[in-house]
Design a protein around this ligand. Structure first.
Ligand SMILES: Nc1ncnc2c1ncn2[C@@H]1O[C@H](COP(=O)(O)OP(=O)(O)O)[C@@H](O)[C@H]1O
Ligand SMILES: Nc1ccn([C@@H]2O[C@H](COP(=O)(O)OP(=O)(O)O)[C@@H](O)[C@H]2O)c(=O)n1
Length: 210
């Protein structure tokens, strides 16, 4: 049986890092679904269009190619903000569903991370993990990440971004950020990357052996 692992959680909780490590461990393909929303927003910004231009956003979403992302650019601070604006529009989410489900349907399985993987994209996933950490921890991690990429960082502004994005992602009506009822919560505030991986592997192995 194929192994689909759904990882969800708020901004900078460590979803992507964990998803990458799990994918490597199990030899599965990984899709960071946040990049889809970031790339959609980026296409609008590049064309000088407003982020609330639904038609243009849907067209940009439909035209995305999974192998064609400029990650360095997409992971810039302002793209996270812009992504959460386009991600609140139901037609944009609808335009991205098939691509994500097709990825998850690969015969060997897949690891996907985002906000709605366990709830909407892969409700039948064998393993669902909801990764959390305090806003302060997440802001600190994101500040370190952006600084290491050469972005000027202001911890207070990043904490403010994290809080605003949590609110926007949780309060929207379309696929809001929330743990699926059958997701296992993993608080990473006090754990380093290896400890998070070890805890997640224990969760996956338990789920596989049920
Ligand atoms: N357990 C951890 N402890 C410390 N730093 C972490 C941990 N997990 C991830 N990070 C770092 O925090 C930043 C955000 O992690 P990332 O996996 O990109 O989060 P997300 O995908 O949830 O936005 C990255 O720089 C990553 O290396
Ligand atoms: N499955 C997903 C993934 C991301 N998103 C949106 O895209 C934005 C950027 O997602 P991301 O996962 O790249 O952001 P970080 O958690 O890495 O900061 C989020 O704030 C969400 O608004 C979403 O709505 N659904």
């Amino acid at each position: 049986m194929s192994l689909v692992i759904a990882i969800d959680g708020p901004a900078a909780s460590g979803k992507g890092t964990l998803a990458r490590k799990l994918a490597e461990h199990y030899g599965l393909p990984h899709l960071d679904t946040g990049l889809l929303y970031r790339a959609t927003a980026c296409a609008l910004l590049d064309e000088g269009l407003p982020l609330d231009d639904v038609e243009a956003a849907v067209e940009a979403a439909r035209g995305l190619s999974l192998t064609d992302f400029d990650e360095a650019r997409l992971r810039a601070r302002e793209m996270g903000e812009a992504a959460s604006v386009v991600a609140a529009m139901p037609p944009v989410r609808a335009a991205l569903i098939d691509m994500q489900r097709a990825f998850a349907a690969r015969p060997e399985g897949a690891v996907l991370d985002g906000r709605d993987i366990g709830t909407v994209i892969c409700p039948e996933a064998r393993v669902k993990i909801f990764v959390t950490a305090t806003p302060e921890t997440r802001a600190q991690r994101r500040a370190l990440e952006l600084a290491s990429r050469g972005e000027a960082v202001d911890y207070a502004a990043i904490l403010d971004d994290v809080r605003k994005r949590d609110a926007r992602d949780s309060e929207r009506s379309a696929a809001p950020l929330k743990a699926a009822d059958d997701a296992i919560k993993l608080d990473t505030s006090e754990l380093d990357r290896e400890e998070v991986l070890a805890a997640a592997l224990a969760i996956v192995e338990r789920a596989r052996n049920v």
